[in-house]
Every structure is written in structure tokens, then in C-alpha cells.
Design a protein around this ligand. Structure first.
Ligand code: AGP
Length: 619
């Protein structure tokens, strides 16, 4: 997500600006759509900020130079609340005296209520952001406490959601204060200077001595030292460590590739996509769609349009949305949709799914759907992109920028967003699943930790990939919500390892594909939970027997504790148990990891596979 840099040093020369701008440059890889810097200068804080790339901010500073300073903060923004505009760029001022500036990474779930409270108190806002709300709260708290650290402590206890905050105040030209919850913040320990960053890439050019902060901690840095406290005010110690990564590795968070980093980001991607979409009672709240409930209750058909991995997310969503809402859901490849004379009218909801928001095939499908009178909603990961602009509404995923061409964290975030929309529709329409919505959201809330657990068990998958480097073809079988995951597993292998891979509905095996089975043929099988109501577990186990009897090498993905598969599996990859409809968020992970390490074993470019682009902006 956003890039954050903080600096305090002894010399009031151009060092602060130089350090912050270099740090922001090293954080560019995170993806962003605006940038800004604030420096303490005399009686106030100087801010320069611009939408677009860092070059725009540099031009702004050249035309309107910043003063020398000893303390400052810098930010690259990946838009969540409010589009990528100059006004929404960070830093944001708090209070009316121009003395305080704040930057933020994350999502403040309760910012609407806080904004209303501040507005009622006479505060006027210059942006649409949740960050500006926090800045004004901090300024008010500073008026009460006269101390920036204490003011920060008073504010963070009022915030719900995920945040990394950094603040400076003109009354304290030698201090930067930071706080974190469910969002990264790391301290860099220098000589007569100290640093803060959303990751070590922010300051790795200056120091490799770092301090890791725990949840709900507040850090105050000066040129001489670093103080850490807990949110209750008690003293705390960060965990000191030395950064062994080089600058390039630091950009990937210590992972070898962006894809490996993004696979490991998936718990955050799901967690952040869920943030702020339920009220205190656990009911779904999607005011961000700005669509009347009446518009939704008139829907009698849903068509999902997308391409590639996004289309597979839509196929997973079909099973869930139909089950919860009893509305028929069709998944159409966007590039086919326009030419199949689709049955679409004003009672049709056309849901587009796109990480980039720029896929031309999907964009043209959305435009066609609007021409036919459909209600169009986009599930998208990129604020300010074209497809949301062309849609009646957008439900943003909060996976953060996805750099690797092969989509991973955006995929699980897309599925999560579609689940949220489906449950919201069920809640609106009443009926038997309206009450279930809250319990399913509770199950969904437990998935990030389960993905985390699963990611800790991938050594064997990595090993299997290593000795399968010469494999020439791999098949994938799945059933029900496992079928789109079989397709996605095959696509990952095609695009990353350049080998033939094909996904099938397991029930289709006997209707032809079983002819492909020969001794040694590797086949991944995604097995439904034994607790699935549809009773498909036994049928898929039979499928495994059928292919094993013909010599297949069976690599079985099954729910932990599923003893039925063991006799027929050459490898069992266990995933934590979860509600059957939510299982794709877990069963896809081993397939992503397998493709990653098989590609690596073949010495291929994992992040930029041949012939592929991250966003296909041509038809
Ligand atoms: C998936 O790994 C590929 N990068 C590709 O299939 C991608 O999902 C597809 O091109 C759609 O892109 P979008 O989500 O940006 O619209």
C-alpha cells in the first residue's frame, strides 16, 4: 500500500528533504498515484504534494522550493478513500494554524463518524480522505496535551481499522511521532539522525540498524534517540535487528520476487478488503456503492464479466452468490460477452472484475452492458482507473498494488469482494440467507489467519516444484468451487513455467480427459471438504482412485484431517478447514506457490513472464 518515510537529524540543511525524497523513490515499487512531503520550518509546516508520479512532486518542489529543515515526513499514496488528486495527496494539515502535518497508510474504518463529529465542531475539510480526519483529531488533541506523543496516543485509541501514522508539528522541529496498528512501521537507527518507514527500503540507503515495532505502539524519534511506548502509555522496547537485505531485496520485503511477496501478502489483502464493510453488529454496510437498496432488490440476473484470473474469481463467486441470493449468476469472458448477443436489461446487474481497471476487453464489455441498460458495478483494485469510472459503482479491493504480472493477492481479494457483495444482496433481499450473512462474514474474518497458517506449511510444495522442474504437462481437477481453482492453478503454471497445464471439472474426467492419464502424469486434485453439504467429497475421492489406477501421480489438496484421500495420494497438501464456499481462498495458495517455485526452478522470470503484460489494454 502507501509508502511512508520520516526523518529527524541534527543539521537544518537540505538533508531532511534529500533523505525523504530518496526514501520515497525507493518505495515507488509499491505503486502509488500521488506523493507529498512536509518539513518543519520555523513557525509552521511546509507541504508540497502532487498527484501522479514522484517526478510531478519534484517539479513542484523545483518551482516552489522547500526550506531547510531538521525534521520531515514523506508519503506515496495508493488511493483508498478519495481519488488520486492533489487535494487527497498526503501529507494533510490538521488544525487551522498550519502547524501540524500527518501522513497515513491503511484504512480508518470509523472515519465517517469522526468526520461528522469534527464537522459539527466547525472543522472544514479540504479532501475526501480518512487521513485528514485523523490530522484534525490530532491537532485538537495537541491543543489539549501540548505534546505530540501524548496527542497521538489520545487519537489512536479512537481509531478503528488499520493505520500507520506519522506526524510533525512546528512547535517541535526536532521530533517525528509515529503509531501503528495492523499496518507496517519500522524504525531506522542512524548516527545523529533517525528514520521511520513503511518498510526498510525507506531508509536502507542510510542505515541497516532497525527497530521492529509491535501492534498498537507509538514511537517518537529525535536526532539523538528513539522512544517507544504502548498505547496505554507504558514504556516499550522495539525489537532491534540488522537489515541483511540489499536495496533491491528490500523493495520486495526480503522476498526473492514480487510474486513471492504478494503471495505472502494475501492475509493482509483479504483482511483489508473486509475492513470497514460491516457495522458494529456485523451487518454489511456498502454505502460506498451509493446505490439505492431499491435498485438492488429489482435485480433478477447477474452477469459477471472479466478475463483470466479475474474471470476465475467470478466463477468462484457464482457458486456463492447464487447460493446466498438465489439470483441466477452467469460468468462471461469479457471478450466473448459483447459478441454473444447477451440477455441484459435494466434488471441485470453486470459485475466486472479487474485488478488493473484498464483491461480493454472488460472495459468494452462494461460499456456494452451500460448501453443495454444494465446496472454496472466494478470490483477493482486500482483507484481512479477507467473501468470504475465507466461503471455505476465500484467496490474496491484493498490488496495494495500488485506488481507481479501473475495475479495472486488481487485474486483472493476479488473473491472476498464478490462474497461481500453477494452477502450484502442476500441481506437486502431477506429470505433464509439474510441471517447467515453475519455468520459467513465471521467465517470470512477468520480466513486471513488460516492463510497465514497455510503459508507456513509450503516447504513441501516448494520441494515438489523443485523436482518437477522438467515436467512437461500438469493436470488440475476440481469440483464445485474447486473447479475454478483448478483452472486458476493451470493458468498460473502456464503463465509462469510455460508448460502445458489444463484444469478440468473433476466430473468431466470420464467424458474424455481421462484419456490423458498415463503413468507418472502429475495431477493436482482439489478435494471438497468432507463436511460439504453437496456430498461431492466421495465423488472426488473416487476420481482420485480412477486416475491413480491408471498411473497418475496424485497431488491432493485436502482439508486437514481428511483421512479418505491418503490411500490414493502421492502427496497430500493439507489446508485448514473453513466453510466450503470460502475454501477457494485457501486451496489456491498451494497452487500459486507451486507455480512460483517451479518457475524459479526453471530459472524463469517470475515477475515478468514472457509475452505477458500486467494490464492488457488492447482488445
Ligand atoms: C493472471 O495471473 C493474469 N495476469 C491475467 O489473467 C489477468 O488476471 C487478466 O488479464 C485480467 O486482468 P485485470 O484483472 O487487470 O482485468
Amino acid at each position: 500500500m502507501c509508502g511512508i518515510v520520516g526523518y529527524v537529524g541534527r543539521n537544518s540543511d537540505g538533508t531532511a528533504q534529500a533523505v525523504i525524497m530518496e526514501g520515497l523513490a525507493r518505495l515507488e515499487y509499491r505503486g502509488y498515484d500521488s506523493a507529498g512531503v512536509a518539513l518543519v520550518s520555523g513557525e509552521h509546516v511546509e507541504i508540497r504534494k502532487k498527484s501522479g508520479k514522484l517526478s510531478n512532486l519534484r517539479s513542484e518542489i523545483e518551482s516552489d522550493p522547500l526550506p531547510p529543515s531538521t525534521a520531515g515526513i514523506g508519503h506515496t499514496r495508493w488511493a483508498t478513500h478519495g481519488g488520486p488528486t492533489d487535494a487527497n495527496a498526503h501529507p494533510h494539515r490538521g488544525g487551522a494554524d498550519g502547524k501540524l502535518a500527518l501522513i497515513h497508510n491503511g484504512i480508518i474504518e470509523n472515519f465517517h463518524a469522526l468526520r461528522t463529529e469534527l464537522g459539527a465542531g466547525g472543522v472544514t475539510f479540504t479532501s475526501e480522505t480518512d487521513t485528514e480526519v485523523a490530522a484534525h483529531l490530532l491537532a485538537a488533541a495537541y491543543e489539549d496535551h501540548g505534546d505530540l506523543t501524548e496527542a497521538m496516543r489520545a487519537v489512536v485509541v479512537r481509531l478503528e481499522g488499520a493505520y500507520t501514522l506519522l506526524a510533525i508539528h512546528a512547535d517541535h522541529p526536532d521530533v517525528v511521532v509515529g503509531a501503528r496498528r495492523n499496518s507496517p512501521l519500522v524504525v531506522g537507527l542512524g548516527e545523529e539522525a533517525n528514520y521511520l518507514g513503511s518498510d526498510v527500503a525507506a531508509f536502507i540507503g542510510y542505515t541497516r540498524q532497525a527497530l521492529e515495532l509491535a501492534q498498537d505502539q507509538i514511537v517518537t524519534i529525535t536526532a539523538e534517540g528513539v522512544t517507544v511506548i504502548n498505547v496505554d502509555g507504558s514504556p516499550a522496547q522495539g525489537r532491534a535487528y540488522e537489515v541483511t537485505w540489499d536495496a533491491a531485496a528490500a523493495e520486495k520485503g526480503g522476498y526473492q520476487t514480487f510474486m513471492e511477496k504478494e503471495i505472502n501478502d494475501q492475509p493482509h489483502a483479504v483482511r483489508d478488503t473486509l475492513l470497514g464493510r460491516t457495522d458494529a453488529d456485523g451487518r454489511l454496510v456498502l454505502d460506498e456503492l451509493r446505490i439505492s437498496e431499491a435498485s438492488f432488490t429489482g435485480i433478477d440476473r447477474i452477469t459477471i464479466v472479466a478475463c483470466g484470473t479475474a474471470a476465475y474469481a467470478g466463477m468462484v463467486a457464482k457458486y456463492a452468490i447464487e447460493h446466498w441470493t438465489r439470483i441466477p449468476v452467469e460468468v462471461a469472458l469479457a471478450h466473448e460477452f459483447r459478441y454473444c448477443d447477451p440477455i441484459v436489461n435494466e434488471r441485470t446487474l453486470v459485475l466486472s472484475i479487474s485488478q488493473s481497471g484498464e483491461t480493454m476487453d472488460t472495459l468494452m464489455a462494461v460499456k456494452h452492458a451500460r448501453d443495454l441498460g444494465a446496472l454496472t458495478i466494478s470490483v477493482c483494485n486500482t483507484h481512479g482507473s477507467t473501468i470504475p469510472r465507466e461503471s455505476d459503482a465500484v467496490l474496491y479491493t484493498h490488496a495494495g498494488p500488485e506488481i507481479a504480472v501473475a495475479s495472486t493477492k488481487a485474486f483472493v481479494a476479488q473473491i472476498t469482494a464478490c462474497y461481500i457483495l453477494g452477502l450484502y444482496l442476500a441481506q437486502l433481499r431477506g429470505g433464509s440467507f439474510a441471517d447467515d450473512a453475519q455468520s459467513v462474514m465471521k467465517d470470512l474474518g477468520e480466513v486471513p489467519a488460516k492463510i497465514e497458517t497455510l503459508l507456513g506449511r509450503m516447504d513441501r510444495v516448494k520441494e515438489i516444484a523443485g523436482f518437477m522442474a522438467d515436467t512437461r504437462a500438469v493436470l488440475f481437477l476440481g469440483r464445485h468451487v474447486g473447479y475454478p481453482i483448478a483452472l486458476e492453478g493451470a493458468l498460473k503454471l502456464k503463465e509462469l513455467a510455460y508448460i502445458h497445464a489444463e484444469g478440468f471439472a473433476a466430473g468431466e474426467l470420464k467424458h474424455g480427459p481421462i484419456a490423458l492419464i498415463e503413468p507418472g502424469q502429475p495431477v493436482f486434485v482439489i478435494v471438497p471438504s468432507p463436511t460439504s453439504e453437496h456430498g461431492l467429497h466421495g465423488k472426488v475421492v473416487s476420481n482420485i482412485q480412477e486416475i491413480r489406477a491408471r498411473g497418475a501421480r496424485t497431488l491432493v489438496i485436502a482439508e486437514e484431517g481428511d483421512e479418505a484421500v491418503a490411500p490414493f495420494a502421492d502427496e497430500v497438501i493439507e489446508v485448514p478447514a473453513t466453510a466450503p464456499l470460502l475454501a477457494p481462498l485457501l486451496t489456491v495458495v498451494p497452487l500459486q506457490v507451486f507455480a512460483l517455485w517451479l518457475s524459479t526452478a526453471k530459472g524463469l522470470d517470475v515477475d515478468q513472464p514472457r509475452n505477458l503484460a500486467k494490464s492488457v489494454t488492447v482488445e
